[in-house]
Design a protein around this ligand. Structure first.
Ligand code: SER
Length: 882
């Protein structure tokens, strides 16, 4: 049943998942935007991405069905974003999946039921497309569901054969559901029909039937687990059900657009180019928030570059809104608020995300004006010429010096009717790489260039020392002949036993000695890699050093051994995590340092203490079994055949290095390892925490580090035991006994106070003032808490007749008062409530209660004494009916 009020996007996510949960689909968490273990994709672009392995798996898989809401990022539609009513860089996909379980019939029936009965779309507005060769699907729509054949349209492979995502993997025919938004939304052309690019027929749900596995060369074989992969765009669904003209008018976007518009100066942000710009900013801000939330950083390569482009595009487009100052961080914060209902974890990283956005925007704005000026001058010079072309060097100059992503410059050029010379840009880029500019020591790793003219061989797998030669000395992008004493620089060796930071393993340290040995010439502080994988030794010359000089390279062996221990332990930990938590655990990052190891992995919940203990024990067992660590170079295909775990983010060539812990783990890895697991020594997990949505981090110690930590913990325990005069073994019982004693003493104290109250009751009664036939007590009871005061007046009530009492006490900057009137007189002219109301007013507060009992308080304890002194007079007035 449809409902009458409009659906919010939060409700839509919920009813979708509920619908499929009721139909046997476990609701699974989404995968991160940076897909794990899938080197073919920069970003998660559809809900099925995390399930690619399930379709191709031959053995058992954790699930046969699943439903998700998947945040997606697609760079491919960038130029359409903001221009159309329905394209985005970032969007959410609602999906139900089957891996070798149900197939077309159920998928189609459920999609129809959800559309017509749950969200109440009218059948006469719905249209269906099917792949032209897929009679089976057409038949199910017609006979199984009862759709009018006139509303089933057959389309070619371009529209109705989906995938594979990332160029290889599962793919198959698909069938789409469309809503007719009415002729007024259409292009009006006589050819307008389902599949037309205009806004009339809006495709909102794609049902894919993955049937084939496509290899990177395009060959298709049958999938082991053919099944179902559906994707419904949440933004489009919201547009349809909220009955608004575009995705940007839904509740997902309007608050963000309002924020964007509040920054507009001198234009109407709801019109023309300014409207497009506002939408681009809103769309891009969503992409940035979700990506930065996960820890992806803007950069010059891969994902980081796509995000940099997205951010810079938003900044450039915002110029038509008259925005000249950094503002995207504010838009980002609004995104966080709007999306935090569905993704509360965004709130945890709000500040960090805003800071990342701000830093990147500021960085771009520093050179933006100059760059634009250059662009405009160049364009002005070219304009008018027929077939004008923007030279590749100009595009490169804007990229290199002013940070304009090439695609952006190209887009801007085309908008001016000028064709950009892409090939020329690529060439200029290549040349610049050849110039080997790398900032020795300092710069980001991604900035290290190729060094094509240098030969440098890595010999560090076999040796930790080498007699070799200084091939080159670099500093600030310049080749030097030599370094003077105390100078910093970067050295490339003919043969390097130094391991350059890679795959999470930190770079080696050590020293260069004169050929044949001797006092250190150069201290190696860190080793990195050029883009073409040559070891770059950053550090400081202890004595003058010249290019071409023979040297003896010596890696710090102890540090290296500690790194090797941690690296092999990382593989064991990975294996243990999969064994204990399940096969879905995938490595998403690691740090292998001499003093610790850090392992990030995809898992949707906190790892419990018991599980952590099991994981730790398992790793230690593998250490004690003293398994051999075998390293082999094999073909990639062979490695996959042997079931090796490949990691995302690594480039794998024809042949790969396979690191195998005898009978326990196989990983592709270029790192340094111990020969036998026994060398690792004790393994100790020291922390487990969340680092992003669905990503957990474990830190652990091995070898001497673990031993030291155990020793420290033991010292701590002994000290703690000493303080309570116990032994570590008896400490828990001792602490428990002490706590018990504290509890008992507290109780006794309370009782003592109460009996003290008894004594005070007598004293106070003795000091009562007679007022007519009444006895009136008005006094401050020092160091009494409110419960004691109540206790005392209760006793008055038990004992006394013709008695009126008001007691006060102060605690810090507040005063508290309690009053009673004995039952025989209460309510006959005299009421405790009235008395306390008046007393409380005099101490700057409020109070009240029943005729027999009342309490109150105020913030002016200095007036307490005076207020109490007035009580007898108040009673007199009241008793006399005054
Ligand atoms: N993978 C399909 C898509 O992206 C359906 O989820 O459209």
């Amino acid at each position: 049943m449809g409902k009458t009020s409009r659906w919010t996007s939060d409700e839509l996510r919920r009813v979708f998942l509920e619908f499929f949960r009721e139909r046997g689909h476990p609701v699974l968490p989404p995968s991160p935007l940076a897909p794990q273990g899938d080197p073919t994709l920069l970003f998660t672009s559809a809900g099925m991405v995390q399930f690619k392995p399930y379709y191709v798996a031959v053995g058992p898989i954790p699930h046969r069905r699943a439903a998700t809401v998947q945040p997606c990022l697609r760079g491919s539609d960038l130029e359409n974003v903001g221009v159309t009513s329905r394209h985005h860089t970032f969007f959410e996909m609602l999906g139900n999946f089957s891996f070798g379980d149900y197939f077309k019939e159920e998928a189609i029936a459920w999609a129809w039921e959800f559309s017509t009965e749950v969200i109440g779309l009218s059948r006469d507005r719905l249209w269906i497309s099917v792949f032209e060769e897929d009679d089976e699907t057409a038949r199910i729509w017609e006979r199984g569901v009862g759709v009018d054949p006139a509303r089933i349209v057959r389309l070619g492979a371009k529209d109705n054969f989906w995938g594979p995502a990332g160029g290889s993997g599962p793919c198959g025919p698909c069938s789409e559901l469309y809503v007719d938004l009415g002729p007024e939304r259409g292009c009006g052309l006589p050819t307008c029909a389902v599949g037309c690019d205009c806004d009339r027929y809006l495709e909102y749900w794609n049902l894919v039937f993955p049937q084939f596995n496509q290899d990177p060369d395009g060959n298709r074989t049958d999938l082991p687990n053919r099944g179902v992969d559906t994707g419904m765009g949440l933004e489009r669904l919201a547009q349809i059900l909220q009955e608004v003209p575009s995705n940007y008018d839904t509740d997902l976007f309007t608050p963000i657009l309002e924020e964007v518009r509040s920054f507009a100066r001198g234009v109407d942000p709801a019109e023309g180019e300014a409207l497009t710009a506002s939408r681009i900013v809103a769309d891009h801000a969503r992409a940035l928030v979700f990506a930065f939330h996960e820890g992806i950083q803007p950069g010059n390569e891969g994902r980081g570059y796509v995000l940099r482009r997205i951010l810079r595009r938003a900044v450039l487009r915002a110029r038509v809104l008259g925005v000249e100052e950094p503002f995207l961080d504010r838009i980002g914060s609004r995104v966080t608020e709007v999306m935090s209902g569905a993704y509360p974890e965004l709130l945890d990283t709000r500040e960090r995300v805003a800071a990342t956005i701000r830093a990147e925007e500021e960085r771009f704005r520093r050179t933006l004006e100059q760059g634009l000026e250059i662009f405009q001058k160049t364009v002005a010079g070219l304009r008018g010429g027929k077939g004008a072309v923007l030279p590749g060097e100009e595009i490169f100059r804007l990229y290199d010096t002013y940070g304009f992503p090439a695609e952006l410059t190209e887009e801007m050029a085309r908008a001016e009717g000028i064709e950009p010379d892409r090939a020329g840009f690529e060439k200029a880029m290549e040349e610049a790489r050849g110039r080997s500019r790398w900032e020795g020591g300092g710069g980001e790793r991604g900035e290290a260039e190729d060094l094509p003219d240098l030969e440098s061989t890595f010999v560090g797998y076999e040796r930790r020392e080498a007699e070799t030669r200084v091939a080159a000395i670099l500093r600030d992008g310049v080749r030097l002949d030599g370094l003077g004493e105390g100078e910093e620089g970067t050295i490339v060796l003919d043969e390097s036993p130094f391991y350059g930071e890679s795959g999470g393993q930190v770079g080696d340290q050590g020293r260069l000695e004169p050929g044949g040995g001797g006092d250190s010439l150069f201290t190696v502080r860190d080793t990195r890699r050029s883009r073409d994988d040559k070891a770059l030794l950053a550090g400081r010359a202890e004595r003058p050093l010249r290019a071409g000089e023979p040297v003896r390279a010596v890696v710090d062996a102890e540090r290296r051994a500690a790194i090797a221990r941690n690296h092999t332990a990382t593989h064991l930990l990975h294996g243990a995590l999969r064994e204990v938590l399940g096969d879905h655990v995938r490595q998403s990052g690691s740090l292998v340092a001499p003093d610790r190891l850090r392992f990030d992995f995809v898992h949707y919940e906190r790892t419990g203490d018991r599980e952590l203990a099991r994981i730790e024990a398992l790793v230690n067992r593998k250490v004690q079994e003293d398994l051999s660590v075998r390293i082999e170079t094999v073909s990639f295909a062979e490695a996959r055949r042997r079931g090796a775990t490949a990691l995302f983010g690594e480039k794998y060539g024809e042949t790969v290095r396979l690191v195998e812990v005898e009978g326990y783990s196989r990983e592709l890895c270029g790192g340094i390892h111990v020969g036998r697991t026994g060398q690792i020594g004790p393994f100790l997990i020291v922390s487990e925490e969340a680092v992003g949505s669905g990503v957990r981090r474990i830190e652990a110690l091995t070898g001497a580090g673990a031993y030291r930590r155990i020793r420290e913990d033991r010292d701590l325990l002994e000290r703690a035991a000493g303080v309570v005069r116990s032994t570590p073994e008896e400490l828990p019982e001792r602490v428990e006994a002490l706590q018990e004693r504290v509890r008992r003493l507290e109780k006794e104290l309370l009782e003592a106070r109460k009996s003290g109250a008894g004594d005070r009751t007598a004293d106070l009664l003795a000091g009562a003032t007679p007022v007519g036939d009444l006895r009136v007590i008005a006094a401050i009871v020092p160091e009494a808490d409110p419960s004691v005061l109540k206790d005392i007046v209760d006793r008055f009530q038990e004992k006394g007749t013709s008695l009126v009492a008001v007691l006060g006490t102060r605690t810090g900057d507040k005063a508290f008062v309690v009053g009673m009137v004995s039952r025989d007189v209460a309510g006959k002219r005299l009421s405790a409530g009235d008395l306390i109301r008046e007393v409380s007013a005099r101490i700057g507060g409020r109070g009240g209660g029943k005729p027999t009992f009342a309490q109150g308080g105020g913030g002016e304890p200095d007036h307490l004494e005076e207020a109490l002194a007035a009580v007898p007079e108040m009673v007199r007035r009241a008793a006399q009916g005054g």
